[in-house]
Design a protein around this ligand. Structure first.
Ligand code: PLP
Length: 455
């Protein structure tokens, strides 16, 4: 028998609580502000949009937040998720590096997103919500919330970014299979959507626009709450099952990562893997280098401003301090739809400012190159988003080869690409282009950032 490539935890080692990094931070992140008054918002301001339990988690300072039994019961359908050592990829690259990946594609919808969708649906059901409205980029979040909402008997309305709606019809079919309603955004159903369509009838949409539509629907209907698949503190919190499991699995492998890597759209899968490791470091333990990877078409952490901004295009959300390209910035239509968001999670942004994490940026073609290399070595086709993490891990492994050092690399394979084969088809046909962000459009969007007196 050769050495192990797969590290599985027994069910009883699935985490019993989520890890809240706010408890260990040297300084708290800046407060969320009411755009009208410029003052910090309170729980009541968020009550039209979210159930109180999630608002409580959003501002909690407790380190460990217990996972309710009904949520753990559903997690057991796919958790603990496996951690692999990528021995065939190592051999292919002829690197002395040890490459591991945590695989979140084993969930029913094929990504990390059900980790929070199930929790959010649970708390909404408990507090009497009848319908959830949400946005989706590539369709992974929409299908995850459709799955979770279905389990708890909630109606789910999904506003799907137009370009993905057209590129990824199977994701839409998946949402409908779970019983959800899926609408292309910008749509004519909301004021926010109609305003965009008036200016640009062919708008490819963006997560910022779709969020406006979903928030508008929740704010205007008493029985409806809004649900977000990334960015917010409670979403990142729910994802920390990933990193907690990975810590135990690296122990099984008798190894420890020197470098941790995750792709970052709104920051949730990245944080889910990284925060439990960073927490150990903040509490005086060891800690790896941590790298967030983003697309050149939407380089939020690397090229954005760290400033107060709206989370959506129509400015219906509170103001959060984050790395942002400006809420009016519409990223080019790349296939990694889940990474096309103008902002970044305030917690991830804060860690970047504190120097606890780094950021890298890659173009889409080199990411697909890496994704194909990975698939041919390891058998799993990565989601276009996840190819960004693969690209960075391969770069790190090749640097090890160059230097003749054997570092341990752990990356999050946030999802599989089985619903993204059109993207791979386009890649093989030579139809994919590298799309960097438009510098003039970025300058324009940044010049429109809201003025905040408190800064
Ligand atoms: C949604 C998604 C992402 C990006 O979202 P984050 O909140 O940054 O994790 C990355 N990978 C996959 C597979 C996704 O579905």
């Amino acid at each position: 028998m050769g050495e192990s490539v797969k590290f599985l935890l027994s069910e009883d080692r699935m985490p019993r609580s989520w890890y809240n990094i706010a408890a260990d931070l040297p300084a708290p992140p800046p407060p969320v502000l009411n755009p009208g008054t410029g003052q910090p918002i309170g729980p009541d301001d968020l009550a039209p949009l979210f159930p109180m339990a999630l608002i409580g988690q959003e501002v909690s300072a407790d380190r460990d937040i217990e996972i309710p039994d009904p949520v753990r019961e559903i997690y057991r359908l796919w958790r603990p998720s496996p951690l692999y050592r990528a021995r065939r990829l190592e051999a292919l690259l002829d690197t002395p590096a040890r490459i591991y990946y945590k695989y979140e594609g084993v969930s029913p919808t094929g990504s990390h997103k059900p980790n929070t969708a199930v929790a959010q649906a649970f708390y909404n059901k408990e507090e009497g919500t009848k319908r959830l409205s949400t946005e989706t980029g590539a369709g992974q979040w929409g299908s995850s919330l459709a799955f979770a909402g279905g389990l708890f008997g909630l109606q789910v309305d999904v506003y799907m970014v137009r370009i993905s709606f057209d590129q990824k019809p199977y994701r839409r079919a998946l949402m409908e299979t779970y019983g959800a309603r899926c609408v292309a955004s910008p749509s004519k159903e909301t004021q926010s959507g109609r305003a965009i369509l008036e200016k640009d009838p062919d708008s490819p949409g963006s997560l910022g626009i779709a969020i406006s539509e979903a928030v508008e629907v929740a704010a205007g209907n008493d029985d409806t709450k809004y649900s977000l698949g990334s960015v917010l503190n409670h979403v990142l919190l729910h994802q920390t099952v990933i990193g907690q499991e990975a810590i135990a699995q690296m122990e099984m492998a008798d190894d420890y990562p020197d470098v941790l890597i995750g792709c970052a759209g709104g920051g949730s899968n990245f944080a889910g893997l990284a925060f439990p490791f960073i927490g150990e470091k903040l509490r005086g333990g060891r800690g790896p280098r941590v790298i967030a990877v983003e697309p050149a078409a939407c380089p939020t952490l690397t090229r954005g401003s760290y400033a107060y901004d709206f989370g959506d295009t129509a400015h219906l959300t509170p103001l959060v301090k984050m790395h942002t390209l400006g809420s009016t910035f519409v990223p080019a239509g790349i296939h990694a739809g889940g990474l096309r968001y103008h902002g970044m999670s305030p917690l991830v942004s804060h860690l970047k400012e504190l120097g606890l994490i780094e950021a890298e940026v890659y173009h889409q073609l080199e990411c697909f190159d890496a994704g194909v290399q990975f698939a041919r070595a390891e058998g799993i086709v990565p989601a276009p988003e996840a190819t960004h993490a693969v690209r960075s891990a391969i770069k790190e492994a090749l640097a090890c080869k160059e230097e003749g050092t054997a570092r341990t690399i752990l990356f999050n394979l946030s999802g599989h690409g089985n619903f993204d084969m059109q993207a791979y088809t386009d890649y093989f046909a030579g139809k994919l282009e590298d799309k960097a962000h438009d510098e003039a459009a970025l300058g324009q969007a940044l010049s429109e950032l809201p003025q905040v007196a408190a800064e």
